[in-house]
Ligand binder design. Structure first.
Ligand code: SF4
Ligand code: SF4
Length: 346
């Protein structure tokens, strides 16, 4: 992506939005040099100001090319680093696992902060408790999500986990984390679901907080899409050079198609007992799994079962006034907050 294109993006966003979060991902974003990021952040600072609280950045990398210099730059510019890494299951989906592990060990030694996103394949679906323990022992905050039949997995369906196995493995990992009194990491998305069950807003969980008009994906050629989870031609909105305001991109046919399909699906979701928590789920997941206008797809079933389990457990902790010391500190704090402020809906 050219710096000129980025400069235009930052200008348009700064003119119209109070705040924005930029996620740099790929492909592999660290195929670009450190100088590219220096120039990009300089362009951002030109439009938003230095040390602006209006913006944030996250780089999502496979970790192979992470090095000390890049991490020091991220520390200086307060850029979040997310690593896509599956721990003991990394070889199933990725390569050069030992290089990634060396880099992560180096970062940990130097006290650099980063989080991990693990994509759970069919092979790892029943191993999610071990995955949690692996990252817990290394004090790496981890987020687990299933492989969906998009991207590479569209051609390798055997990687997509069975719904029942995934749910079972995910619930077991949650129960382990819940009762892990010494846990120093939140388990995501379970922790967000628990906050949601307690009535807290969880905007970072895009699938259950309505992403539409709030997220935008910019491809290197400037093409705009409503989401980064795939480049389906029917949802292409326009080019960055075609609009004078970012909000104009949401008036295009590509976005209307995304919106119309999503509204149709959400109408079908209204009778669902957890609609107020779910909001109808992720449109791109639905799109890949059975049509944007349909619910009942694997992502819907996975969310419903896992969320309902977490909600039931959370309600029983509150109702039975159980001894909170048996739960991890994230759960203790969240439940204590709810008990102090019982106005929150449940
Ligand atoms: S379509 Fe799905 S993945 Fe994309 S921003 Fe929306 S909820 Fe998130
Ligand atoms: S769990 Fe499924 S049916 Fe229920 S609201 Fe979410 S997507 Fe719709």
């Amino acid at each position: 992506m050219s710096i000129e294109l980025l400069d235009r993006l930052f200008r348009l966003v700064s003119e119209e939005y109070e705040s924005a979060w930029f996620i740099w991902h790929g492909g592999e974003p660290l195929m670009l040099s450190l100088q590219f990021y220096r120039d990009a952040i300089a362009a951002q600072e030109k439009h938003f100001g230095k040390d602006s609280h209006r913006i944030g950045n996250t780089v999502q990398t496979n970790g192979i090319r992470l090095d000390r210099k890049f991490m020091e730059f991220c520390r200086e510019k307060k850029i979040n680093v997310g690593v896509s890494y599956e721990g003991p299951g990394n070889n199933v989906l990725r390569e050069r696992t030992s290089d990634v592990e060396d880099n992560l060990n180096m970062l940990t030694k130097r006290e650099h902060v980063f989080s991990v996103s693990s994509t759970v394949s069919s092979e790892m679906a029943s191993e999610q408790t071990s995955l949690y323990e692996y990252f817990r022992d290394r004090r790496m905050a981890v987020s687990l999500s299933p492989v969906i039949p998009a991207g590479c997995a569209a051609l390798r369906h055997e990687l997509v986990p069975d719904v029942g196995e995934y749910v079972k493995g995910s619930i077991a990992a949650f129960d382990r984390w819940l009762a892990d009194a010494d846990a120093e990491i939140p388990l995501i998305p379970h922790y967000l679901y628990l906050l949601n069950a307690l009535g807290e807003p969880t905007e970072s969980d895009c699938a259950h907080s309505s992403c539409l008009t709030k997220w935008l994906c910019v491809y290197p050629d400037g093409s705009l899409y409503p989401c980064a989870k795939g480049r389906l031609p029917e949802f292409r909105m326009c080019g960055l050079g075609d609009v004078e305001r970012i909000s104009d991109a949401f008036l295009t046919d590509g976005f209307r198609k995304m919106l119309a399909g999503t509204v149709e699906r959400r109408e079908k979701c209204r009778s669902c007992e957890i609609f107020d928590h779910c909001g109808g789920g992720c449109s791109m997941d639905a799109c890949y799994e059975g049509g944007i206008e349909n619910n009942g797809n694997p992502s819907c079933r996975i969310y419903k079962e896992i969320f309902t389990h977490i909600k039931d457990r959370t309600e029983s902790i509150i109702k039975d006034r159980k001894d909170l010391s048996q739960y991890n500190k994230f759960v203790r704090d969240a439940v204590t907050g709810r008990l102090i402020d019982p106005r929150m809906p449940m």
